[in-house]
Design a protein. Structure first.
Length: 170
């Protein structure tokens, strides 16, 4: 979570070797000042910087940042924003898989659950469990099993809430 805190601007600069951090800090400052245009421009700069390194943390940070921009909008939350966030998180999933990072895969699974992306969440957990098993990482396997039920419940609640809010078909 330290990378996340740094990307949110809550602790130190944290940008050494993490070129996406400074733009996301500017985005946060713009959001705090209710300057949506500057926030979006800074997010795009952070996104571009996150594409260069092969870092799951970078894609997770820009996905989280995009959700903060969407949450700050005066109008109703945009389903398109969730789709983009899901794509960013799935990119983080692919990077975490290549890096064989159980931690990264678990963080991605958490984010996907909060979007109601059950398939992505399950995929991330399955890959994390496989990597932990291959590495004989018993703590990693325990964490996967512990998170599995909790995240499934979160994803189900998100999906149910969306269904309640969706206009009924006539």
């Amino acid at each position: 979570m330290d990378e996340m805190r740094d990307a949110r601007g809550n602790e130190g600069d944290g940008s050494e070797g993490q070129p996406w951090v400074a733009p996301l800090q500017r985005m946060n400052a713009a959001l705090a000042g209710r300057d949506g245009l500057s926030a979006e421009l800074a997010w795009h700069e952070g996104y571009g910087a996150a594409l260069r390194p092969e870092s799951w943390e970078a894609m997770l940070a820009v996905g989280d940042a995009y959700r903060r921009i969407d949450a700050s909008a005066d109008d109703v939350a945009d389903d398109g924003a969730d789709v983009l966030a899901s794509q960013l998180y799935r990119s983080a999933l692919a990077r975490a898989r290549r890096q064989e990072s159980v931690e990264g895969l678990l963080r991605v699974a958490e984010r996907l659950a909060t979007l109601g992306d059950r398939a992505g969440m399950k995929q991330s957990l399955k890959i994390a469990d496989h990597i932990a098993e291959q590495e004989q990482d018993m703590m990693g396997r325990f964490r996967v099993r512990t998170l599995k039920a909790r995240l499934a419940g979160i994803a189900e609640r998100v999906v149910a809430a969306r269904e309640r809010l969706a206009p009924s078909a006539a």
